[in-house]
Design a protein around this ligand. Structure first.
Ligand SMILES: [Zn+2]
Length: 438
């Protein structure tokens, strides 16, 4: 009974985390508030650092990436790292987004101009209540070197991307080709007064500031509908952004539970994985390497200790995997097709799109065995190229041992995806075992 209650409490906590994290900015905001509640202290990149063995700290980069760590006692002993990403595919609001709906003459019906972010599945965004979330840059004394930022989540007014009626496209169910610029623009509604600046005025009123105080914004659309449990026994979670916030959640849980040891335990949540990780807050940047170097030097180590630490480290790149889809079994490898609820999935690729090799796969399987959880493997169908993720990109900055893994998921990059909550629990157990094993 207690176990059931514990599982229910964890499930509610996971749903609350997902419902709050409606954009990359809000995800990092949520992670940071949980780190603070757990006693982690913020380190600013511009300040000198004084890290001691056992220090619990975090560093935020540009509002959408965060590295948290529990410092080890030996600067040369290495790092135990779990990494995930904060971003998900969707639609980003363009500058001067307000567009009059042309065919409606001089009507004040307004739609918003947006641009696609990452590999979104467009049609899943139709006919849903949508909100706006992201970051706003506010007027400050010195916006060049001392900018003022805040995160924002706007549930009202709700936007909608209405689908064309079937009567105007009789073959809609057999052929659907969509233009991001024509078909996918969300309608805001009727607007009184000046068209220009409507979004800034909505944001300003939400924040309680003057529209003139808003210098710029990064805003994306999100699905307002909260996360739901689905399936005959309600064991699956259905919501947006599970790729990859489910893995960020597990990494966060493990670093909060980390017990200080000789090695430093690290959670890294990067941004922009969905567009190739090529930003200063992405996995291709020196962000994580710089944090690790500074931890080593703050603990009294030098270049030699850092190199020894890298050589003695292990890295888990945690990003969701494809679970076997019951309607498309022919898309999967005939043997290695993970299922929902079957445990964390090791991702393997002959062309090195994943960093997994026999050495690191064996290490991860051993961790699962120690944690008492099942483990699965994913390999692409040999006629399909598949995707890539954080691990192999990060090895350009840190040449350490590591494995690519994730939990199985249906409908990757849809506005709503589905995972098994059992897999979330299993992964939390493995990450905790990884950080805390002697
Ligand atoms: Zn991902």
């Amino acid at each position: 009974m207690t176990q059931d209650k514990d599982k229910m409490a964890k499930r509610e906590d996971f749903l609350a985390f997902m419902n709050r994290s409606v954009s990359n900015f809000m995800a990092v905001d949520t992670i940071v508030s949980r780190l603070r509640d757990a006693g982690f202290q913020e380190l600013r990149e511009t300040d000198p650092w004084a890290v001691k063995p056992g220090s619990r700290c975090y560093v935020v980069k540009n509002g959408t990436a965060v590295v948290a760590f529990v410092a080890g006692s030996d600067p040369a002993a290495g790092f135990r790292i779990v990494a995930a990403h904060s971003d998900s595919p969707g639609f980003r609001v363009k500058p001067h987004p307000e567009m009059r709906c042309g065919a409606l003459g001089d009507s004040q019906l307004v739609k918003l101009n947006t641009e696609v972010y990452g590999g979104a599945i467009y049609h899943t965004w139709f006919d849903r209540p949508l909100g706006l979330s992201g970051r706003v840059v506010l007027r400050s004394e010195d916006p060049v070197f001392a900018p003022r930022h805040c995160t924002v989540r706007i549930d009202e007014p709700r936007l909608v991307i209405p689908h064309l009626a079937i009567h105007f496209k009789r073959d809609v169910n057999s052929s659907l080709s969509l233009s991001a610029q024509k078909d996918m623009l969300p309608v805001l509604g009727y607007v009184d007064g000046c068209l220009q600046g409507t979004v800034a005025r909505i944001v300003a009123s939400h924040l309680g500031v003057s529209p003139d105080d808003i210098l710029d914004f990064d805003l994306t659309l999100f699905d307002i509908q909260p996360a739901e449990m689905v399936g005959a026994d309600s064991s699956w979670v259905n919501c947006g952004r599970l790729d990859d916030l489910s893995m960020a959640y597990c990494a966060l849980d493990a670093v909060i539970a980390a017990v200080p040891g000789r090695q430093t335990q690290v959670m890294a949540v990067f941004d922009n994985e969905e567009t190739g990780s090529g930003t200063k807050q992405g996995a291709h940047s020196p962000m994580l390497r710089n944090v690790l170097r500074r931890v080593v030097s703050s603990l009294g180590g030098h270049g030699e200790e850092f190199m020894r630490a890298v050589a003695g480290s292990f890295f888990i790149s945690a990003d969701c995997a494809h679970a076997a889809h019951p309607n498309y079994m022919e898309k999967m490898d005939p043997v290695n097709h993970p299922v929902l609820g079957g445990g964390p999935v090791i991702k393997v690729n002959a062309n090195c799109k994943y960093m997994t090799d026999a050495d690191s796969a064996a290490a991860f399987k051993w961790l699962c065995r120690e944690a008492g959880v099942p483990c699965q493997e994913f390999v692409n169908h040999s006629d399909s190229p598949g995707g890539s993720t954080l691990g192999n990109i990060l090895t350009g900055q840190l040449d350490m041992r590591g494995v690519d893994m994730g939990i199985g998921l249906w409908a990757m990059h849809s506005v709503r995806e589905t995972v098994s909550f059992d897999d979330v629990l299993y992964t939390m157990q493995v990450f905790t075992q990884f950080f805390n094993r002697q």
